[in-house]
Design a protein around this ligand. Structure first.
Ligand code: ZN
Ligand code: ZN
Length: 158
């Protein structure tokens, strides 16, 4: 049986993709990789990793325990829309949509996240959130199954 692909949407298995980052055996070398691993940490409940990769000056008192108390949703998939790096300022931006079902309702976190490179490591600093429309019925499904949305995750929406 082939191992299921990593929740971040890569074609690698979790063990070869986000898990070594979550276990802090490796650091994300690219801001987009960090963003994907942070999405995956939400899926896997790796809240300590979310705190460790959130820049300390931007945490505003947020703790892993607090994250663990956030309502559980059914994460469906991640779409990275754009990713830019400005190495002269040690800064990067990644915009993405993280799709989820909350009590049968489809929604997404649509965010333009900012990242800071410091002491050889990327950190999430802050993000600006937007609202988004549901995917088109005939577009490729948000969960990267290769099926059309209407034949896949749309069936989960109540
Ligand atoms: Zn991954
Ligand atoms: Zn799907």
């Amino acid at each position: 049986m082939p191992s299921p692909s990593c929740p971040c949407g890569s074609d690698k298995s979790y063990a070869l993709c986000c898990q070594p980052l979550h276990q802090q055996k490796q650091h994300a070398t690219e801001p987009e990789q960090l963003m994907r691993s942070r999405y995956c940490a939400f899926v896997k409940g790796e809240f300590n990793y979310l705190i460790a990769t959130h820049h300390a000056e931007h945490l505003q008192g947020l703790t892993a325990a607090e994250l663990a108390q956030s309502p559980e949703v059914n994460w469906l998939g991640l779409e990275v829309m754009a990713s830019t790096k400005d190495l002269s300022n040690n800064a990067a931006k990644v915009s993405f949509k993280a799709w989820y079902l909350d009590k049968g309702q489809l929604d997404a976190i649509f965010e333009n996240s900012e990242f800071i490179f410091e002491q050889g490591q990327w950190f999430y600093s802050q993000g600006q959130q937007f609202t988004t429309k549901p995917p088109e019925r005939n577009s490729p499904c948000i969960c990267h199954s290769g099926k059309k949305f209407k034949h896949c995750c749309m069936k989960l929406v109540r």
